[in-house]
Design a binder for this molecule. Structure first.
Ligand SMILES: [Fe+2]
Length: 193
């Protein structure tokens, strides 16, 4: 189940009051990026992509956390019955579907980590999971960035970037460029106007 676009916007606004930060704008940029890309791919829904992008980081409502934001977002959306969003709160951080590839602190209890892992292993990724992973990688808190520059920036801030994750993100970019039949940055600029 999914919230409406209006409900998703309301949920994000409310969350930003609890924990203000750049993450709110980042979420809106991911949402716009996902919608633009979905529209040019024949088999993806623009509005659904927008809603998923808008709420992928909603776990940040509950404070400044690393892996904790994944867990909090997943639980929060499940509690509201929005299982399709809950899934994205989880999958957006693991493009290789492996919990160990997470960049940042493992700031949740062992049992909670096991819970995430069990759900993660039970999923078969679809194009919505892939789309939000890619858009998350393209969007900073200010706009769309060159994907390699964005990954370099993460590498600088966290000290390392797993090569398999790096390569997977480039693979995702190529996958959607092929699907859309165009360069991703050309697409973002084109539909901006
Ligand atoms: Fe994000």
């Amino acid at each position: 189940m999914l919230p409406t676009k209006e409900e998703a916007e309301r949920i994000l606004e409310e969350a930003e009051i609890c924990n203000p930060g750049l993450w709110g704008n980042h979420s809106r940029i991911v949402a716009e990026c996902a919608k633009k890309l979905a529209i040019v791919c024949d088999d993806l829904d623009g509005e659904k992509s927008y809603i998923l992008g808008l709420l992928h980081d909603i776990g940040r409502k509950f404070g400044i956390k690393h892996l904790g934001h994944v867990y909090d977002g997943y639980k929060y959306m499940m509690k509201l019955g929005y299982d399709e969003v809950a899934r994205i709160c989880l999958t957006h951080s693991f493009c290789n579907q492996k919990i160990n590839c997470y960049i940042g602190n493992f700031d949740i209890a062992e049992l909670e980590q096991k819970e995430l892992e069990t759900v993660l292993n039970s999923l078969t990724y679809d194009d919505y999971d892939r789309l939000i992973q890619l858009c998350d990688c393209l969007a900073s808190g200010e706009g769309i960035m060159d994907i390699e520059e964005r990954m370099k920036d993460v590498k600088r801030r966290y000290g390392s970037y797993p090569p398999e994750k790096w390569n997977k993100n480039l693979e995702l970019k190529a996958y959607f460029e092929n699907k859309a039949g165009n360069d991703i940055y050309v697409l973002m600029r084109k539909t901006d106007k």
